[in-house]
Write a new protein. Structure first.
Length: 293
């Protein structure tokens, strides 16, 4: 039979164990985040180093494109190709992400090797490659996340132009959104799941069809813009479709160990209360039980 003092000490001991378990889980989660940031899956230090080299090279290449220095750009493309030949960036991205990064480099080569450089195309290709390399090297704070506000403004402009029955302005707003999305798309593929990319691609394609159609109503455009806000909120890790300032999902996920031990504490209290109730009813039953004959 447990005395009141003994039961209290037992409860306190269990609570301390649960608290310790909660803290341990927090440490494990923190260590996992550190490992992921340091080297991705498996802690591939060599791949991380090569990703950083590619990121630095892509930044330099982008600056030289803006300056119009085609000779340095060609040299840096060769250096980037050499890095690709000696690394699969294993553990840092998916197969789809690796292909997206590779395709952005190929696009950069094609834009550079044209007989007549198309300046806008050249700069766009270099921006896509720059963002993709940065996305690989900076999984926690990639530059492409800065485009959230830009895309939201494009969506708002589409909705406003549709409400004003401004077909030309609506098409211009959509084209702006489409161009911005295409610039960040390789970088997004490197970090996001294939189904998220598929959803965004499908929305962009569907919205484009509505915008180009002469039979689309303002209500249809506004509805598709609303669904687009939800799609891009998910892509950028936002919680609500009406507030650009919400925290990314990974900040919320960091709270789960504390939620675990808090829930465990509640379960413990309920269990102990049930035990005391059961014990009291059992003792009461014994006190009124007739003596055996």
């Amino acid at each position: 039979m447990l005395r009141r003092g003994t039961a209290a000490r037992w409860s306190l001991a269990v609570i301390m164990v649960l608290l310790g378990l909660g803290c341990s889980l927090s440490w494990v989660a923190a260590d996992a985040d550190t490992l992921s940031a340091a080297g991705g899956s498996g802690g591939n230090a060599e791949a991380v180093k090569q990703a950083e080299q590619l990121d630095t090279l892509a930044d330099s290449l982008y600056q030289h494109v803006l300056e119009g220095n085609i000779n340095l750009v060609r040299q840096e493309i060769l250096q980037a190709s050499d890095i690709f030949e000696h690394s699969s960036f294993q553990g840092l991205t998916s197969v789809e992400g690796f292909h997206a990064l590779s395709e952005s480099l190929v696009e950069m080569k094609e834009a550079t090797n044209q007989a007549q450089i198309q300046q806008e195309q050249w700069q766009t290709a270099s921006a896509k490659f720059r963002l993709a390399a940065d996305s690989l090297s900076h999984p926690k704070q990639p530059m492409w996340m800065q485009y959230y506000k830009v895309l939201r403004e494009d969506l708002s402009e589409m909705k406003a132009r549709a409400a004003a029955a401004d077909s030309r302005g609506m098409k211009a707003a959509y084209e702006s959104l489409q161009n911005h999305y295409e610039i960040i798309r390789p970088a997004v593929i490197i970090q996001r799941k294939p189904e998220e990319i598929t959803a965004a691609d499908a929305w962009v394609s569907y919205a484009g069809g509505l915008v180009q159609s002469s039979s689309s109503s303002a209500a249809e455009i506004q509805d598709v813009v609303t669904s687009g806000e939800e799609v891009f909120n998910g892509l950028f890790g936002k919680k609500k479709d009406d507030n650009p300032a919400f925290a990314p999902i990974d900040e919320v996920n960091g709270l789960w160990p504390w939620t675990f031990w808090a829930g465990s504490f509640i379960i413990l209290i309920l269990t102990y209360t049930g035990y005391r109730k059961y014990k009291g009813e059992r003792d009461s039953f014994k006190s009124v039980k007739p003596k055996e004959l």
